[in-house]
Write a protein that binds this ligand. Structure first.
Ligand code: AMP
Ligand code: MG
Length: 430
C-alpha cells in the first residue's frame, strides 16, 4: 500500500556536495570510471613476477633481472623473458611478459637467482587491466545511498564533488495535552515529548531533514494551525491522538483538510491505530516556511535557510502525504520503520528496497495472543552462525527504556500463540 504511493514520488531537487560531506546522502547522477580499473595489470602480492610456464618443473631456478615497486615510474626496458623473474611488490604493475606473481613465501633468493618451490597458474595474483571496470563503465547508479564503499569508488574515480538529491523536509508534530517540551519541568501528570526526538533521529537516518513543530494540545483549533504548517513540508508525521479516545482528534482535523485516508489502522502490535493518507496542497499556499516551522528550526533540527521557499508540492497531483503514528513511543518507532520510512526514502530519491529481515534462533519461549502481527523489542546476540535472539522484558509499547536496551524486533506472525526455544524467527534490525 505505502509502496504503491512511494513509487510515484520523486525527489524535489539535486545539489552538488563535497565528497567529504556526502556520506549517507543519495546519489543523483551516475558515477563513471574515468579510466580502466585497474589502469595497469596490478600485482596483488609481494613476490616474483614470472612466466607460469617456467614453473612446470619444481623447484625452478630463475634469474632475477629487476624489481618493480608500487608507484615506480614506467620502465619500458623492463621485460620478462623465459627463465627470468622480476621482484615485485603489491600494487605494482606486472611487467610485460609476466603472467603470474609467485608469493615471496614460496621463494628463496640467492644473489641474482631465485628458487621457486610452488607452481602457479597463468593469471594468479595479477588483476588484468580493466578487470574491475572498463573506462566509461558505470560504477555507481543514481538512487543509491552513499556508504563508505560507494565513497571509496567515487574517490578512486577522482570525484571530489557529487550530485545528490536534496533532502526532503519532514514536519514532526507531537500531539497531546500531557506533553511538555524537554527543556520545561514537567508537572506531576505531564510527560516529556520524546517522540519528536526519536522521529527526528529516524528521519535523519532515512535521509530526511526533520522540522520539529511545537507540541499540539488536544484542541482542534491549535491542532488545525499546526497541521496546516506541517502540510507545507514534504511529508507530515504526527504522533498521538489517533486512537479511539474522546480527545483523539487527529483524524477529525486532518479530514477538514480534504484528506484522503488510505488506511486507518493495521493488524500489528505495537502500532495498531496507525493512519496513512494525503491531503491536497492548498491553492495559493506559498509553500514557504511558516513562522511556526521556524520555531522548530531553532531547536537545531533543520537547516532550512538554503531553500526556504522551495519546499512542498512534491507529491504527484499536488498532494502532501501524512502519517498519524500512535503516541506510545515504541509504537511510534515501529510504525515509522514499517510505513513512513519507505515514503521518506522515495522522497529522498532512494531506489525502493524491501525491509531487511534476518533470521535468528529463539533463546527462550514466547507466548502471545494470536490476531496481530507483533514486532517486539528483542536482543540479538552471538556471532556468525550462532546468533540467538530473545525478547527484552518490557511494560508494553510505552516502555522506551526496555526498547533502548533492545537492538532489534522479533516478528511474530499473527497466527502464532507459542514459539519454542530453538525455532528460527524473523528479526527486523533497528
Ligand atoms: P495517544 O496515541 O495519544 O493515545 O498516546 C498514547 C500514549 O503515548 C500515552 O501514554 C501518551 O502519553 C504517550 N505519548 C503520546 N505522545 C507522546 C510523545 N510525543 N512523547 C512521549 N509519549 C507520548
Ligand atoms: Mg494523546
Amino acid at each position: 500500500m505505502v509502496e504503491e504511493h512511494a513509487a510515484r514520488l520523486r525527489p524535489k531537487g539535486k545539489e552538488l556536495v563535497e565528497l567529504l560531506d556526502s556520506a549517507g546522502q543519495v546519489l543523483a547522477e551516475p558515477v563513471l570510471a574515468d579510466r580502466n580499473f585497474p589502469p595497469f595489470p596490478r600485482a596483488t602480492r609481494d613476490g616474483y613476477a614470472v612466466r607460469s610456464s617456467d614453473l612446470a618443473q619444481l623447484p625452478a631456478t630463475l634469474s632475477v633481472v629487476g624489481e618493480v615497486k608500487a608507484g615506480a615510474p614506467a620502465n619500458a626496458a623492463l621485460q620478462l623473458n623465459p627463465g627470468q623473474a622480476i621482484a615485485i611488490m603489491t600494487g605494482a604493475p606486472a611487467p610485460p611478459g609476466a603472467d603470474a606473481v609467485v608469493m615471496i613465501e614460496y621463494t628463496s633468493r640467492n644473489g641474482d637467482q631465485v628458487e621457486i618451490t610452488k607452481g602457479i597458474a597463468a593469471g594468479e595474483n595479477i588483476v588484468p587491466v580493466g578487470a574491475e571496470a572498463k573506462r566509461a563503465e558505470r560504477l555507481l547508479s543514481p538512487g543509491m545511498r552513499l556508504d563508505a564503499a560507494a565513497i571509496a569508488v567515487a574517490a578512486s574515480a577522482g570525484r571530489s564533488h557529487l550530485l545528490v538529491y536534496s533532502k526532503p523536509r519532514v514536519a514532526v508534530l507531537a500531539t497531546g495535552d500531557e506533553l511538555v517540551d524537554i527543556d520545561v519541568p514537567p508537572g506531576p501528570n505531564q510527560i516529556r515529548n520524546s517522540n519528536s526526538y526519536s522521529l527526528a533521529a529516524q528521519v535523519q537516518a532515512a535521509g530526511g531533514e526533520p522540522v520539529l513543530l511545537p507540541i499540539a494540545p488536544d484542541h482542534p483549533d491549535r491542532l488545525r494551525e499546526l497541521i496546516a504548517d506541517g502540510f507545507e513540508m514534504d511529508l507530515l508525521l504526527l504522533t498521538g491522538g489517533v486512537s479511539v479516545g474522546k480527545y483523539d482528534l487527529v483524524e477529525q482535523v486532518l479530514a477538514e483538510f480534504q484528506a484522503e485516508f488510505f488506511f486507518t489502522g493495521a493488524q500489528i502490535q505495537p502500532g495498531r491505530p496507525v493512519v496513512f493518507g494525503r491531503a491536497p496542497c492548498r491553492a495559493g499556499s506559498s509553500f514557504g516556511v511558516s513562522t511556526r516551522a521556524r520555531e522548530g528550526e531553532e531547536h537545531g533540527f533543520s537547516r532550512a535557510d538554503k531553500d526556504a521557499q522551495t519546499s512542498g508540492a512534491l507529491a504527484p497531483e499536488g498532494h502532501t502525504y501524512f502519517f498519524g503514528l500512535p503516541g506510545n513511543p515504541v509504537s511510534t518507532m515501529v510504525t515509522f520503520e514499517l510505513f513512513a520510512r519507505p515514503m521518506l526514502e522515495a522522497l529522498a530519491g532512494l531506489t525502493p528496497r524491501k525491509l531487511v529481515f534476518l533470521h535468528a534462533k529463539l533463546k527462550s519461549e514466547i507466548k502471545t495472543k494470536p490476531g496481530l502481527k507483533r514486532f517486539l523489542p528483542a536482543i540479538l546476540s552471538g556471532e556468525f552462525e550462532h546468533s540467538e535472539v530473545e525478547l527484552v522484558r518490557w511494560q508494553g509499547s510505552g516502555d522506551m527504556a526496555a526498547t533502548a536496551r533492545a537492538n532489534c524486533y522479533i516478528v511474530i506472525p499473527s497466527d502464532r500463540e507459542r514459539i519454542e526455544p530453538g525455532e528460527w524467527v524473523p528479526v527486523l534490525m533497528r
